[in-house]
Ligand binder design. Sequence first.
Ligand code: KIV
Ligand code: ZN
Length: 387
Amino acid sequence: MSAEKVYIFDTSLRDGEQVPGCKLRKEQKVAIAEQLDLFGVDIIEAGFPISSPGDFEAVSMVASIVKNATVCALSRAVVKDIEIAAQAVKHAKSPRIHTGIGTSDSHVIYKLNTTRADVLQRAVAAVKYAKSFVEDVEFYAEDAGRTDNDFLAQVCEEVIKAGATVLNIPDTTGYCLPHEYGSKIKYLKENVKGIHKAILSTHCHNDLGMATANSIAGIENGARQIECTINGIGERAGNTSLEEVVMIIKQRFGNQFYTQTQTPMLKELSWLVSDTMGMPVQANKAIVGANAFAHSSGIHQDGVIKHRETYEIIDPADVGVDQSLIVLTARSGRAALAYRFKELGFHLRKDELDVAYVHFLEIADRQKEVVDTDLEYLYQEKIAVLA
Ligand code: KIV
Ligand code: ZN
């Protein structure tokens, strides 16, 4: 059986940009969109055009410059929102409107103060109206993670009849466990008439740290689009990390699924988004964190020096990282010290290494990390004089 494509829907410029303090200027959105397009995401959600004139302009600019990806604009199930979204993406080569409404009881009763029947009717009307502007209409059932499956299936069935091409099943509050989210997708696959006419999409938030696991569970159960952001940025604890799902698919599901992304661009994209938004990436972040390919304990360093795969499951070059790092600390061993000296051009004999190691530990106990200049100094002061 040949591998099936998983569509990557990047929402860094919409859900990601909702992070307090991370608002982007339109030129910044355009610069990021250009790189996302080169990287090969299938859909770029460029913004929420009704939210401000600036965002409307940003989405329009992104729509005009993007060469390959579909450009998508968000709207509520509201006539004016849909009209403005349609205007914003009208110059895109491949435009999409993403419209929707809350479907959980929490949304129906408390946020919308209405009934399920009314939500269903508004959902259908919104999709039909969006469809009068563009062919490609994605519907989101907000808080689908906490929505009763029967009602969710009913909504999905009706919006497909109304012309929805993609059904987004957001775990808006990051509530689901992976098996629950996976079962939800499976339930929709098995119980929604006409489901073969639409693509099911995951959209998971990370409130319990399970956004990535939930997205993958969704794919394993029939979803074929993942909504995600670079570095996992987004409301509260963030969205599914793009770099994580793309690498999971590449590393673990190669026979079943593929994405069309250029993964060696991941590190650069991560820097670009982090730098432009002023949002640092935690050092231990999977795939793109500064320590993702750094080894500092003696046991691990020895293993990596002998055979990289002993402690690394990803080739750093695959994600745009030059090489694995051997970081020297007080927990490092002789193998790592000899390796780093060698990298600097100093080939130490065993007796020299013994001396060097004693001095190295003295330095390492004083500071967090021993860097190249420390080693050069150590060599000149303690080893060269032995000759
Ligand atoms: O998390 C969510 O439910 C959303 C929708 C607006 C798609 O971001
Ligand atoms: Zn979201």
